[in-house]
Design a protein around this ligand. Structure first.
Ligand SMILES: Cc1ncc(COP(=O)(O)O)c(C=O)c1O
Length: 443
């Protein structure tokens, strides 16, 4: 029998990012693997891994058991005590991270990871400015929303002083008029070098970027771009922060997305996929060099729940599950053999599909009204009736039992890494069906 959950939600729950009056949330009763179901027993294939975080799928029995076991042993402890779950989670994460990134500061999620990373970078370098890209999302706290390069920042302005935005690469809609991915790399790096020059290299503590941009388009960097950013950082004593909150933990077919390009950043921020969000957890992985800055000098930052035992025990169990089930490799393989080819076929069949791109299980379908001009199916930051063509698509997917994430003129395909090949194909078949709605807008 349906509970009072819906009525109480509408009466008492204030939701993120939303005009509260317009909401009509599903009441989710349970889930398993790539599926969730509502109180009426309607089942949905979760092609967005909720908010791109449920990498090991819903209700993984081993992860649930690890949380239950930890709750029975030690449910909570202050951050200044050591505990077995936190120590082991830190050891495992350091083992996975590239280079000398060996030390972990735990946070409650992604935004506070980025807050702390920029604090560490500023204190380590003694510099004040941080460069961040347009078309990025870094979180909704004061500093992280300032770093964010999308319209979600606008209502929080004036933002944190010292954040300067620059354009990252986006071959399909180049800000630089480039003609190939290689040209895009060259021009984007020149633009960044120029930005550093005019901002003053000695004033810049860090460059923060998403190695593969998530919400703002699944923008896979063209060859050589991240290595070029690393070189610019090294030339000017600037730290490189890789925001892997969405792209990390197998989403892109590597433990950390930046490992695709053999680039080692100075700080990595993580959250989401580290434990699939079964308990809130995020963190910053520091290079030994940066950690040493705070060997004799106190680090001026902390959180009551830093390294919470339930969250850390779930991270330990989750990393074990990734390894046992080969989920990082699975993500890479399914992206290359099922999702990538499946979406390319959609592009062949549907004139509204301008571009498909991604890697691992991190993909976007970019929709246009005209393939020649690349006019977007809906305008940048569209809302209300302007956004209706995208809202129609999402609703049509939902009516067929498929949950997808959409942003501006894109549908993202980011299923749990445990999704079966049959379910991936079934979800893509539903997309094939509903894309005829988008095709109807093509001139
Ligand atoms: C790249 C990136 N960084 C940071 C965040 C913020 O994480 P949280 O919502 O856990 O604060 C997100 C959330 O979507 C993200 O995608």
């Amino acid at each position: 029998m349906p509970s009072d959950a819906y009525a109480n939600d509408r009466a008492h729950v204030f939701h993120s990012w939303s005009a509260q009056g317009a909401l009509d949330p599903l009441v989710i009763a349970g889930g398993e693997g790539a599926w969730i179901w509502d109180e009426d027993g309607r089942r949905f294939l979760d092609f967005s891994s909720q908010l791109m975080n449920v990498n090991i799928g819903h209700q993984h029995p081993k992860l649930v058991a690890a949380i239950q076991e930890q709750a029975a042993t030690l449910a909570t402890i202050a951050p200044f005590h050591a505990n077995a779950a936190r120590s082991e989670a830190a050891r495992l994460i350091a083992e996975l991270a590239p280079g000398d990134l060996d030390v972990v500061f735990f946070t409650n999620g992604g935004a506070d990871a980025n807050e702390n990373a920029i604090r560490m970078a500023k204190l380590h370098t003694g510099r004040q400015k941080v460069l961040a890209t347009y078309r990025s999302y870094h979180g909704a706290t004061a500093g992280s929303i300032s770093l964010t390069g999308d319209p979600r920042r606008w209502p929080s302005e004036p933002a944190l002083p010292g954040v300067v935005h620059f354009w990252g690469p986006y071959p399909y809609r180049s800000a630089f008029g480039s003609t190939s991915p290689e040209d895009e790399t060259r021009r984007a790096l020149q633009h960044l070098a120029d930005t550093i020059m005019v901002e003053g290299p000695s004033t810049i503590a860090a460059i923060i970027l998403e190695p593969v941009v998530g919400t703002n388009g699944i923008l896979v960097p063209p060859p050589g771009y991240l290595a070029g950013v690393r070189q610019l950082c090294d030339a000017h004593g600037i730290l490189l922060i890789s925001d892997e909150v969405m792209a990390g933990f197998g989403r892109c077919g590597e433990w950390f997305a930046i490992q695709h390009w053999d680039v080692t950043p100075d700080l990595i921020c993580f959250a989401k996929g580290v434990n699939s969000g079964y308990v809130p957890l995020g963190g910053v992985i520091l290079s030994q060099r940066i950690a040493d800055t705070f060997r004799d000098r106190p680090y001026p930052g902390g959180l009551t729940y830093s390294g919470h035992p339930l969250a850390c025990a779930s991270a330990v169990a989750s990393i074990g599950i990734f390894r046992e089930e080969g989920l990082v490799e699975r993500s890479a393989k399914l992206g290359a053999t099922v999702v990538g080819p499946g979406l390319e076929e959609l592009k062949e069949r549907h004139p509204s599909v301008g571009d498909v791109r991604g890697l691992g299980l991190f993909w976007a379908i970019e929709l246009v009204r005209d393939r020649e001009t690349r006019e977007q199916l809906v305008p940048f930051n569209a809302s209300g009736s302007d956004a209706a063509p995208m809202a129609e698509l999402v609703a049509a997917c939902k009516a067929q039992g498929l949950l997808v994430f959409s942003h501006f003129n894109r549908i993202h395909v980011t299923p749990p890494l445990v999704t079966s090949e049959d379910d991936l194909r079934a979800g893509i078949a539903i997309l094939d069906d509903v894309l005829s709605l988008a095709d109807a807008h093509v001139a």
